[in-house]
Design a protein around this ligand. Structure first.
Ligand code: GN1
Ligand code: MG
Length: 365
């Protein structure tokens, strides 16, 4: 890797660069905190963008610049006075670009680091309610970005038909030679059993009944920053902000927050839907997301199942392909993630009527 301080020095940052500390977050990009030796000076958030996954880095960075400018404008119009904490700020390179390509062909970007903020992997119902409001607001603020201004940073990202196609190709190719495992055969069967049901959004879209809106597309619970008083301040990880179904954003939050276990829990007894969190988030979200159509509302609970299913399929596909997409800590990590996501899906299936009832009650409140 090119010298990291040299990489940092390409950007138009203030002060004197101190330590550059790697962070253990995310499954795709590599992240670092860049300290500032100047007293009271800003620290920065440096990322190496995974360009094997985000193939159009220029388009990706253009999206983020557009989205953050749009959010800043909306926040300022609404009288917000602490905008630098409420929305990410990209730092250009000294030559005025939103990324730097190093001598080895790696791509880098820098944001101002939002200090005195924290995120959670598990949250309380009280915080889930606030997070619901914050994601509802986020979608509202982005709703009027002109259609066509944002690219799909990963084409077909949350398209279930496409994800199933990738999965079937992975089965056919058997690149990692894992097809003979009994458990692998079990998951292939379970995925296929539900395939038709899970492609409902694409069918509704083709029939003109389900709209696409600007979504975050990675509403993991830990992508929301809270301040010292535990108020949500900023939504981060804007790589995948693009048009999609709102079911995705609702569902991905539930997949990560309304789960009594971890995404890759080794003890499946820990894993299951947490209805208290489900209820609190739904209430907060529906209070703000007043733009939802009846068909979107009717399918929100389904969205939670869909995202657990989609993540089961995506982790499992990567396992079949030999772990080329997600970072893994050990060779069976993607299989372990598959098991835990599938267990969550089963629990959501068992609780589906209850989840639908919660959405119905909350929309009438
Ligand atoms: C990836 O890197 P991270 O953790 O923010 C993935 C998401 C998955 C998630 C599963 C670009 O997000 O789609 O839901 O892992 N991001 C991409 O934890 O594929
Ligand atoms: Mg992400």
């Amino acid at each position: 890797m090119e010298n990291i301080k040299n990489i940092v020095s390409q950007f138009d940052i203030e002060g004197e660069t101190g330590a550059v500390r790697p962070l253990k977050i995310g499954h795709i990009n590599d992240s670092f905190i860049v300290e500032n030796l100047e007293k009271g000076g800003k620290s920065y958030f440096l990322q190496k963008i995974n360009h094997h996954i985000f193939k159009n880095v220029e388009g990706l960075q253009q999206n983020i610049s557009l989205v953050t400018d749009h959010l800043r404008k909306k926040l300022s119009e609404s009288g917000e006075n602490n905008i630098e904490k409420r929305v990410l700020r990209l730092i250009p390179t000294k030559t005025g670009k939103w990324f730097y390509k190093d001598s080895e062909g790696s791509f880098w970007r820098v944001y101002v680091n939002i200090e005195n903020a924290h995120s959670y992997d598990t949250i309380t119902p009280e915080l889930a309610y606030k997070a619901g409001e914050a994601f509802g607001d986020f979608q509202c603020m982005l709703s009027d970005i002109p259609h066509g201004d944002l690219i799909e940073t990963i084409p077909n990202f949350h398209n279930m038909e496409f994800r199933l196609e990738e999965f079937r190709q992975a089965v056919k190719a058997n690149k990692a030679g894992r097809l003979s495992e009994e458990e692998v055969q079990y998951f292939i069967g379970e995925i296929e059993k539900r395939a038709d049901e899970m492609c409902l959004p694409e069918r509704l879209f083709r029939e003109g009944r389900l709209p696409k809106r600007v979504n975050h597309c990675d509403t993991k619970v830990n992508n929301m920053l809270f301040d010292q008083t535990d108020e949500p301040i900023c939504i981060v990880d804007l790589d995948t902000v693009m048009p999609g179904f709102v079911l995705s954003d609702f569902g991905d939050f539930m997949r990560t927050a309304a789960n009594t276990g971890a995404e890759d829990d080794t003890n499946l007894d820990n894993v299951g839907v947490n209805l208290e969190i489900f209820k609190a988030y739904t209430k907060g979200y529906l209070k703000k997301a007043t733009f939802l159509t009846p068909i979107e509302l009717d399918n929100l609970a389904f969205g939670a199942k869909l995202l657990s299913y989609m993540q089961t399929v995506r982790f499992f596909t990567d396992y079949l392909n030999g772990d080329t997409y997600y970072k893994v800590q050990h060779p069976a990590h993607n299989l372990q993630r598959t098991r835990a996501q599938f267990k969550l899906l089963q629990s959501q299936e068992e609780n589906f009527e209850g989840m639908k009832a919660i959405v119905n009650q909350s929309k009438n409140n």
